[in-house]
Design a binder for this molecule. Structure first.
Ligand code: HEM
Length: 450
């Protein structure tokens, strides 16, 4: 039998350092070195560390679907586990099905109208405070919306003394820490360098705060019909012991960060892209003006089916800038992928960003074109080509929630406001754990005054 071919190195590896210098501009590395045309696997090297980058959509799909063999692991999840423990996003395959079954009812379609009401309230509570000429640091505003919506829908009985801005700040430190620590050699883990102290303090403070929220729920003993009530009841519902507090804390952290960070980032990219594409913005305004005809109210669940173009704008923003742009897995056994023998314990990397920018899948992939997603678009991509939420059993549980939230927020904002770039302020993609528009500052203009 012919030996399995060796996985080729990704372009541009230097002796000793490997791709480390290239990864200072990771998006350029993915899109400008030929990787977007590469079929199969390519090897990434950073010093002594090596991983396999899965470059084509079908292999990525296979890897995601075979989640027993390609399990959560690798630097991304090893670091995420330091503070998310074994929550749903980071837990290994062995406990995943039980956990997913326990929380799935909270994401049933019949919950969406109530969730959308809570989202709409939070969207208005923030955007109603904006005023003509105000210069917004956009991402914190949007995170305030999504964090509040996550709390209102998933943790309805949040004690009043919990400060949401403080929680958001602590989570920012943790999310930034995951990426920084991904490339940090283990011996440096506990040393007081590179923000380690701040990272551990933030983790401990957040876990204590969430412990207090759980205590409040247990003391009050009421079923709020929300995610946290479901989690607390799930052990006994399966005839087992109550779920330990540590596991509930992992889960609350997971849902808080999952429900806050990616939807806010997706929305911020959409707002940025609209400032660069006035014709698309005009069409968006035309749609929201024709759908949202009741004076003084924002978009609601009933409006969603008619906000098609608004949703297409969000979808296209998720394609161009998928918030989770790079994610890792590790193999639990020797296996085969793309004709290569892959040993147990190998780290694999999949990148929604890379897949979404492949010219073979998207004509003119750098173009912001929401019409790709129109019902009668001749170039509508196939399902393996669009993976902002992953795929298979580990696919995002909040995908519908996230799209609905971003669509409602964008429609509500676009109905009243135009957001303009501020001269001299440049936006640069910041590809850390999450891909966000670094430095996005926009000026608020009232559409009613025009
Ligand atoms: C635009 C919004 C969102 C994006 C782009 C996004 C992205 C993703 C991705 C890519 C994954 C899979 C990660 C992997 O393959 O390792 C994932 C999983 C997950 N997401 Fe989201 N997400 C979004 C919204 C949400 C929301 C709103 C929630 C909670 C309400 C949420 C909670 C989760 C959870 C718990 C998982 C783990 C699912 C499992 O393993 O069973 N996400 N998300």
């Amino acid at each position: 039998m012919a030996p399995a071919p060796t996985v080729p190195d990704a372009p541009g590896a230097l002796p000793l350092m490997g791709h480390a210098p290239r990864l200072r501009d990771p998006l350029g590395f993915l899109t400008r070195t030929g990787l977007v045309r590469h079929e199969g696997l390519a090897r990434l090297r950073v010093g002594p560390f090596s991983a396999l980058l899965v470059c084509d959509p079908d292999l990525t799909h296979r890897m995601l679907v075979e989640d027993r063999t390609f399990d959560k692991g690798g630097p991304h999840y090893d670091r995420a586990r330091e503070w998310l423990g074994n929550g749903l996003v980071s837990c290994p395959h062995g406990v995943h099905r039980r956990q997913r079954r326990a929380v799935q009812p909270a994401f049933h379609a019949d919950r969406m109208p109530a969730y959308a009401r809570a989202m709409a309230e939070q969207i208005s509570s923030i955007t109603d405070r904006w005023h003509e000429g105000q210069v917004l640091d956009v991402l914190p505003q949007l995170k305030a919306i999504t964090a509040r919506a996550a709390i209102a829908t998933m943790f309805a009985d949040m004690p009043r003394n919990v400060s949401v801005p403080a929680l958001i700040h602590e989570f920012d430190l943790l999310v930034a820490g995951v990426y920084r620590r991904m490339w940090m050699p283990a011996p440096l883990d506990r040393l007081p360098v590179l923000g380690n102290g701040r990272y551990y303090q933030a983790r401990d403070r957040v876990r204590r705060t969430i412990g207090r929220i759980i205590d409040t729920y247990r003391t009050r003993g009421t079923d709020n019909g929300d995610l946290l009530s479901l989690l607390l009841a799930s052990g006994s519902a399966e005839g087992g012991r109550a779920v330990p507090d540590e596991e509930v804390i992992d889960q609350v952290m997971t849902f808080f960060v999952g429900g806050t960070e990616p939807p806010a980032v997706a929305l911020s990219w959409a707002l940025h892209l609209l400032t660069q594409h006035p014709k698309v913005e005009e069409r968006l305004h035309a749609e929201v003006d024709s759908v949202l005809t009741d004076a003084g109210t924002g978009a609601s669940f009933a409006d969603l089916p008619r906000l098609r173009f608004t949703e297409q704008v969000i979808t296209e923003a998720l394609r161009l800038y998928p918030p989770l742009w790079m994610v890792t897995r590790t193999t639990t056994t020797d296996t085969e992928l793309g004709g290569h023998h892959v040993k147990q314990g190998t780290v694999l990397v999949y990148s929604p960003y890379l897949i979404h920018h492949r010219p073979g899948l998207y004509p003119d992939p750098e173009l912001f074109d929401p019409d790709r997603w129109g019902d009668d678009s001749p170039t509508k991509p196939r399902k393996e080509a669009f993976i902002p939420f992953g795929a298979g059993a580990r696919k995002c549980i909040g995908d519908t929630f996230g799209i609905a939230e971003a669509t409602l927020a964008l429609a509500t904002i676009a109905r009243s406001w135009r957001l303009e770039p501020v001269p001299g302020r440049n936006v640069r993609p910041s590809a850390l754990s999450v891909l966000s528009p670094g430095g996005l500052t926009l000026k608020v203009r009232s559409r009613k005054l025009r």
